[in-house]
Design a protein around this ligand. Structure first.
Ligand code: FAD
Ligand code: SF4
Ligand code: SF4
Length: 482
């Protein structure tokens, strides 16, 4: 093993420099600066090069983390990039926005006494460097195949399947109802976590490699599902989940109580330079307002931090469980607190107050009661504990459910689970409709970018196997990606 490695005893964990909260509150730029090359190498060299790397086991893509860390430590960044990109179609994006504290880094063995290796930041550094130095080239398949594949949805799952299949020489067309590529990467996740130029760079690379994008094309409306099946040898559905969960409390219909994704999409579109009347009119703009965000997941964290940047007078986050039991990333909560967000833990809305426009939220205090069947303690109301928060804008960030896809696609045979997600056979990634595959949030329910990429890779391998088998081609199908 290289003498450079195992530096964790003498070198403390260090992330790239974080911009001061006061500065970053004023813009939508990413909050971390780029790693300086020496520091990235030094941090990579903290890795212990475990025989059984738990970081890799807990990465949904099973990335070969110890090997690319060693190469990064030795300054062999081009080789590190080759390895990192062999298992991940967007390492620079996962390196930025994976909840590493719950995945690779949270399971790094040196985490216990010495704090984990900064895996995500090194992954980002390797791939950003590869882009800067021109090592990343569009797909140039060695053979062109006649079959064409249709991909519905240009989010991470759809982009991963498209990338993989194009590299194998298939003709790939990605359809999206939006006008830009990226799904939630472009219109959901704010720029302070993932700058839009990073997503656009990926999309351009795919287009340069021959992936066709048909945007502003909603399957089920612009083109029927049946027509699409007739156009392509196989289809992949990666349409995500977009139906916001709602509250049923008095006053929920008042003006200025808005769903999180409407709010975030307006902000992202504004940042991209689009005309956004609902932002300009103030309906989806927190400037000068007292904002209350309801929810404790990553979407809620993105809303509170967006509101701060838009110039809200105050931003509060109301969540019914405590800090230790919230679904959002601990790191994101810390960033939000630094930026001036106030968390009101163990509290839930009881009613919205106001006449026309919302003027306040009446909330009750909660405590954690007995665990349910899943073992998670259930919040229960503390009697006579009501209190009121003044608010001019309330953002509901309570999670998402799938839309009615069989209805939209006019395809009653499309199999769905009781949660409305698409049912697939996980061994083949195929639905019970021959040649129709699916993955990402529409199969898993609201999940993570990295799981979308994993599904896209697995589905691409399965589609390749399916088409080869159909043709009677006697070449082994690609092994499932991982
Ligand atoms: P999506 O990204 O939702 O893409 C689906 C695409 O399908 C969209 O472009 C949509 O327009 C298109 N589509 C839908 N229906 C049709 C149709 N009928 N015809 C044509 N196109 C259609 N994950 C993380 O890992 N880290 C984070 O920090 C993080 N932050 C998040 C913040 C927010 C606010 C949200 C909402 C989610 C966040 N996630 C995060 C989750 C992550 O974004 C999703 O898990 C991921 O984007 C799912 O990928 P997907 O490809 O399945 O779907
Ligand atoms: Fe960690 Fe995500 Fe990268 Fe895997 S893809 S190594 S989980 S940051
Ligand atoms: Fe290195 Fe930590 Fe992974 Fe071990 S678990 S190989 S120390 S990054």
């Amino acid at each position: 093993m290289s003498s450079k490695m195992m530096q964790f005893v003498s070198v403390p964990k260090a992330m790239p420099d974080k911009r001061p909260a006061e500065t970053r509150r004023a813009d939508f730029r990413e909050i971390y600066e780029a790693f300086e090359p020496d520091r990235a190498a030094q941090q990579a060299a903290r890795c212990e090069q475990c025989g059984i790397p738990f970081c890799q086991v807990h990465c949904p893509l099973n990335n070969n983390i110890p090997d690319w860390l060693r190469m990064a430590a030795e300054g062999r960044l081009e080789e590190a990039y080759e390895l990192a990109s062999a298992t991940n179609n967007m390492p620079e994006i996962c390196g930025r926005i994976c909840p590493q504290d719950r995945l690779c880094e949270g399971n790094c063995v040196i985490e216990k006494g010495f704090e984990s290796v900064t895996i995500g930041a090194v992954e980002k550094h390797i791939t950003d460097t590869a882009f800067e130095r021109g090592w990343i080239k569009p797909a140039r398949p060695t053979i062109e195949r006649p079959e064409s594949i249709g991909v519905i949805g240009a989010g991470p799952a759809g982009l991963a399947v498209a990338d993989q299949l194009r590299q194998l020489g298939y003709k790939v067309t990605v359809y999206d109802r939006y006008d830009r590529v990226g799904g939630l990467l472009i219109y959901g996740i704010p720029g302070f976590k993932l700058e839009k130029s990073v997503v656009e760079r990926r999309a351009r690379l795919l287009a340069d490699g021959g992936v066709r994008f048909e945007l502003n094309c909603e399957i089920g409306r612009t083109v029927t599902f049946t027509e699409l099946r007739a156009r392509h040898a196989a289809l992949f559905i990666g349409t995500g989940v977009y139906r916001p969960r709602d509250l049923s409390v008095p006053g929920v219909g008042l003006d200025n109580i808005v769903p999180a994704l409407d709010y975030l999409t307006a902000s992202n579109r504004k940042g991209l330079g689009d005309p956004v009347p609902a932002f300009d009119s103030g309906a989806l703009n927190a400037a000068g307002k007292r904002v209350v965000v309801i929810g404790g997941g990553d979407t809620a964290m993105d809303c509170v931090r967006t509101a701060v940047r838009q110039g809200a007078v105050s931003v509060r986050c109301l969540y019914r469980r405590d800090r230790a039991n919230m679904p959002g990333s601990v790191r994101e909560v810390a960033h939000a607190e630094e930026e001036g967000v106030e968390f009101v833990w163990q509290a839930a809305p009881e009613a919205f107050l106001g006449d026309g426009d919302v003027s306040g939220v009446r909330a009750v205090r909660m405590r954690l009661g007995a665990p349910d069947a899943t073992g998670r303690q259930q919040p229960e109301v503390i009697p006579e504990s009501s209190f009121t928060l003044e608010a001019d804008l309330v953002i509901k960030a309570l999670g998402f459910d799938p839309d009615d896809l069989p209805g939209l696609f006019d395809e009653p045979a499309l199999p769905v689970t009781r949660w409305g997600t698409i049912r697939i056979d996980w061994d083949t990634m195929m639905t019970s409709l021959p040649g129709v595959f699916a993955g990402g949030d529409i199969v898993r329910g609201a999940s993570l970018v990295v799981w979308g990429v994993r599904d896209g890779r697995d589905a691409a391998a399965a589609i390749d196997g399916y088409l080869q088998a159909k043709q009677g081609v006697n070449t082994p199908a690609l092994a499932m990606a991982s």
